[in-house]
Design a protein around this ligand. Structure first.
Ligand SMILES: [Mg+2]
Length: 225
């Protein structure tokens, strides 16, 4: 059972910036299959600001850092994703005030609180073909390992695989929430770009552990290639 240091969380944020920026056009192309094609650019606009302003983001503790990131995400991520992703980071920040390291259980609790916040904010539930369809099974994996072996890297890699599976499991659903819901049936047979983004970010976190695995969903395989 090893704690997760603030340094490790900082690295995960930097990795997230790199993942989002590398896949800007690809995520927008995926969104264009059923939505308005802006998802990748919306996300990248916000994470580009985080990347550029990295040195000015407070690092006194994990909570202060995540609170600033939540504000930058809410302000700069465009479309419907800004308030949703911003809420997730804000909830995680609230649970880490004053902390410079966390346990895997605390990481699981941060994600649990983020999920509750996102559900309250967007009104989506499991099966609505939104990023929650990735985050909920990921939360389960983190909880399992927190209660079991406490292995952070194993938890992240299994979480990546769970999010990856969510891409295929939701592919044939019609979106009920988010922008893709506006095109109704046209959203069937297309992957949800938010779910692909979560899976891709987790695969890159897994690579940071030195435990890269091969994604199953074609869209995630392309994004992590
Ligand atoms: Mg869109």
């Amino acid at each position: 059972m090893t704690d997760i240091s603030q340094e490790r969380i900082e690295r995960a944020i930097r990795t997230t910036c790199a993942t989002v920026l590398r896949n800007e056009h690809y995520f927008s192309d995926l969104d264009g299959l059923a939505g308005d094609g802006d998802f990748g650019t919306s996300l990248a606009t916000g994470f580009r600001v985080i990347d550029k302003e990295w040195d000015e983001i407070p690092k006194t503790d994990i909570g202060a850092m995540l609170l600033k990131i939540s504000m930058l995400v809410s302000k700069h991520v465009g479309g419907s994703s800004g308030p949703i992703w911003g809420t997730g980071f804000m909830k995680a920040a609230m649970l880490t005030r004053g902390k410079t390291s966390i346990t895997l259980q605390e990481l699981a609790d941060m994600l649990g609180s983020a999920i509750e916040g996102i559900q309250a904010r967007g009104g989506a539930k499991l099966g609505d073909k939104t990023l929650l369809d990735a985050l909920i099974p990921v939360h389960e994996k983190l909880k399992e390992h927190a209660a079991g072996d406490g292995d952070v890297c194993a938890a992240l890699c299994e979480a990546a695989a769970a999010a990856d599976s969510a891409v295929d499991e939701t592919r044939n659903l019609v979106a009920h929430r988010g922008r893709a819901s506006q095109v109704g049936e046209r959203s069937a047979n297309t992957p949800d770009p938010g779910i692909v983004a979560i899976a891709t970010i987790l695969h890159d976190w897994c690579k940071d552990c030195g435990l890269a695995q091969t994604p199953n969903a074609a869209e995630v395989a392309k994004a992590t290639a």
